[in-house]
Design a protein around this ligand. Structure first.
Ligand SMILES: Nc1ncnc2c1ncn2[C@@H]1O[C@H](COP(=O)(O)OP(=O)(O)OP(=O)(O)O)[C@@H](O)[C@H]1O
Length: 248
């Protein structure tokens, strides 16, 4: 039996007095797109960080294709697109250089790119519609374009598991639709994606399954079964008709 792409078991994370995750368990099969939804402060970013081993868990364990967080990161099994990048936007680095960083794990200590690295970068730029901006300084891009650069970096890394924290925030509808197409293509190629989003209306279009997080996993299953009218009203205070196919 193959290991799940992601297995989170009884994960508990505390920031001092704040219980951010309370015994969260979650398993994802390979080649699935799972939407992670929840109100502000429900623990989505904390879950990503705990999966990556970037925040310490009080309890529980994480495996990615059988690997612990540190090993999974070292082997390039997982890539992460954070909600906001801690970047000095004045630093003179071009789009193509940032995307190439996704290949560093494969380049060895010399960091000398080979043909396959250049090809992967070109393909990632193409897929995210950034080819024409490849030589632009990253500080000279719009917020939505920057977001796409970091998605391109994750694509270039070619990790089997991608964690994307709100990839659609600050991105216009056209670019959003393009990103959804890219994510579907990646799933088709066998990648597994965990994607946090506040776009409840787009969830059914994007995802095979959804997780509703409220410090704990409230529900996990097909999007329409997870976001029932009752749960929507309770968790988000929104009416049911705002969710569903073509409802945006
Ligand atoms: N570094 C930190 N120190 C203390 N508390 C934190 C820290 N980071 C997050 N928290 C708290 O942990 C809880 C979960 O936060 P988290 O950022 O994971 O939520 P989120 O679901 O990603 O929210 P959003 O939708 O607003 O991005 C919140 O109560 C938050 O205030």
């Amino acid at each position: 039996m193959t290991a799940p792409a992601l297995q989170v078991s009884d994960l508990t994370v505390r920031y001092g007095e704040v219980l951010a995750l309370d015994s969260v368990s979650l398993a994802l099969d390979p080649a699935r797109i799972c939407g992670l939804v929840g109100t502000n402060g429900s623990g989505k970013t904390t879950l990503f960080k705990a999966i990556l081993g970037l925040v310490a868990a009080e309890d529980g364990q994480v495996r990615m294709h059988g690997h612990r967080p540190r090993a999974a990161r070292a082997k390039g099994v997982v890539s992460y697109v954070p909600q906001t990048e801690q970047v000095d936007w004045q630093f003179p680095v071009r789009v193509i250089d940032v995307v190439l960083m996704g290949r560093y794990g494969r380049m060895g200590p010399t960091r000398r790119p080979r043909r396959a690295d250049h090809d992967a970068v070109a393909a990632a730029l193409e897929r995210t519609g950034l080819t024409h901006l490849a030589h632009r300084q990253i500080g000279a891009l719009s917020g939505g374009q920057r977001k796409r650069v970091f998605i391109a970096r994750a694509i270039a890394q070619d990790a089997s598991l991608l964690l994307l924290d709100e990839p659609f925030s600050g991105v216009d509808r056209r670019a959003q639709a393009d990103i959804v197409d890219v994510l579907h293509a990646m799933r088709h190629e066998g990648h597994t994606l965990l994607v946090s989003t506040h776009d409840l209306a787009g969830l059914a279009r994007l995802c095979d399954e959804a997780v509703l997080l409220q410090r704990r996993v409230v529900a996990h299953g097909p999007p329409e079964q997870v976001l029932t009218p009752h749960r929507l009203a309770e968790a988000f205070g929104v009416p049911a008709h705002t969710v569903g196919e073509g409802a945006q």
